[in-house]
Design a binder for this molecule. Structure first.
Ligand SMILES: Cc1cc2nc3c(=O)[nH]c(=O)nc-3n(C[C@H](O)[C@H](O)[C@H](O)COP(=O)(O)OP(=O)(O)OC[C@H]3O[C@@H](n4cnc5c(N)ncnc54)[C@H](O)[C@@H]3O)c2cc1C
Length: 183
């Protein structure tokens, strides 16, 4: 790896910084510096549909629909735990279609089908903070099922922590899980 770490500086190729914050999502447990932190990733599938008839507004029910312009909507999603692969499945697609048809009585065309993992933590709280021994290495992860919703607020907390030295709320600190994180 091209990363060099000292107590006061992090280097990556020609870049130098006082800190690095890893934001590598659900794969952090396998590849990152914080492998002792436990993740419980929740797989989810999403369809992109095209419809001429739906209003350009978010809709929500058994599934949600988010307009992305020109009659296209992202519609989802499903939940599966203990899955290894991130491929879309026919079962996931059928589940979303069935729920969508129950709330949207208009014709639509499926133009895309995707799957991904939510970086979910057992206690449903994020992992924010810096390594107890290697204090220049941080983590911003565990945003779970409501990551889009929480990211702006959590980013503000993390920024104030780094720039102004403000303490992170206990609920989001990595230290709540383990004091024995090793690289
Ligand atoms: C199907 C589904 C539906 C969802 N619906 C909602 C919702 O309705 N509302 C909501 O608030 N949240 C929702 N979420 C959750 C939200 O998507 C996540 O909480 C959020 O994406 C987490 O953000 P993140 O940046 O921590 O991780 P990610 O979005 O996973 O981003 C991590 C990034 O790091 C990259 N990466 C990892 N390892 C490396 C590496 N070694 N080198 C370079 N890059 C690397 C990955 O490729 C990825 O781009 C949903 C998630 C899924 C999967």
């Amino acid at each position: 790896m091209s990363l060099t770490i000292t107590s006061h500086e992090v280097g990556y190729k020609e870049l130098k910084a006082s800190k690095i914050v890893f934001c590598d999502g659900a794969y952090a447990e396998k590849a990152g510096f914080f492998q002792k932190l436990h993740f419980n990733p929740a797989k989810g599938e999403v369809l992109t549909i095209k419809t001429e008839a739906a209003p350009e507004e978010v809709f929500n029910g058994k599934v949600y629909g988010v307009p992305i312009g020109n009659g296209y909507f992202k519609v989802g999603s499903t939940y599966t735990w203990d899955e290894e692969n991130d491929l879309p499945t026919e079962g996931g697609k059928a589940e979303i279609i069935e729920k969508l048809e129950a709330i949207l009585n208009i014709p639509f065309e499926i133009v895309n089908h995707e799957a991904g993992f939510r970086p979910t933590i057992r206690d449903r709280r994020p992992y924010l903070g810096f390594h107890p021994e290697h204090t220049s290495i941080g983590i911003f992860n565990g945003l779970g099922t409501k990551g889009y919703l929480m990211a702006p607020w959590l980013s503000e907390l993390m920024t104030k922590h780094i720039v102004d030295g403000e303490e992170l709320p206990r609920d989001v600190r990595i230290s709540r899980i383990s004091k024995k994180i090793t690289l």
